[in-house]
Design a protein around this ligand. Sequence first.
Ligand SMILES: [Zn+2]
Length: 297
Amino acid sequence: MSKSRKRKRLLQDDGGDSKSPACNGSTISGGDPYPELLRPTVDECRDVRDALLSLHGFPPEFASYRRQRLRSLDGHDTQCSVDSDEEEESVLDGLVKILLSQNTTEANSQRAFASLKAAFPKWEDVSSPILGFDMVLVAEPNSVENAIRCGGLAPKKTVCIKNILSRLQKERGSLCLEYLRVLTVEEVKTELSHFKGIGPKTVSCVLMFNLQHNDFPVDTHVFEISKALGWVPKTADRNRTYVHLNHRIPDELKFDLNCLLYTHGKLCSNCKKNAARPKAKVASPDDCPLLGFSGLV
Ligand SMILES: [Zn+2]
């Protein structure tokens, strides 16, 4: 695949569309693009969540984020919490993990992140004013690429990560994104939109997973299922879907419903992106509980 096609794929995976001004993270907010479409209803959101929870259980890979969210809602400072030995992921680690997850499997992106942290354990050494060559910011691109190669698109992802670090170093003098924790959703969107290579889906994931905001990212799986269920028109794009769903889905259901739709989209042969639609005619609600909901039968 050519470099330009790979770059386009990376943008598409993040919900961006190079032809649309809406690919800028700062423009994804605003009024509901489908104000007359009164779906999903609160009951539909709850029923779909319950059906998928019965089928899959809560996905273990998101369980630690869920616990952080619950502690955060309880008003505890998760970083100082004494009743939890679970260390909270830094916002920068979270952002890099999300970037590495683009256009690859979960297993490969987890391996890529573990390999990156093994090769470059710290983003910076706060005890030393000098950045060593074991720091990603000043390391040779090739050595970073080698560390994350198993996650695919290594050169592109390396440029993106180094750009983020470079901008942080230049503008804030510190390789740290913890300052985002005290910003509003709109402020976070504006702030992250200044970093090259970070699209709206990545911003939304950081908001939901790392900053405990009630945001509802639209990845490929969520997008396809939402269209199939009739929650957005078939002609909807990812950005309009994001805005509509964030208007319609109750805040308290967003996190669980998002994790479950993502997991279901990955696992269900009926709902997988590009799955042959005729399958829906022979599958039963026992195979896919979403077949019992409008739009998939
Ligand atoms: Zn399904």
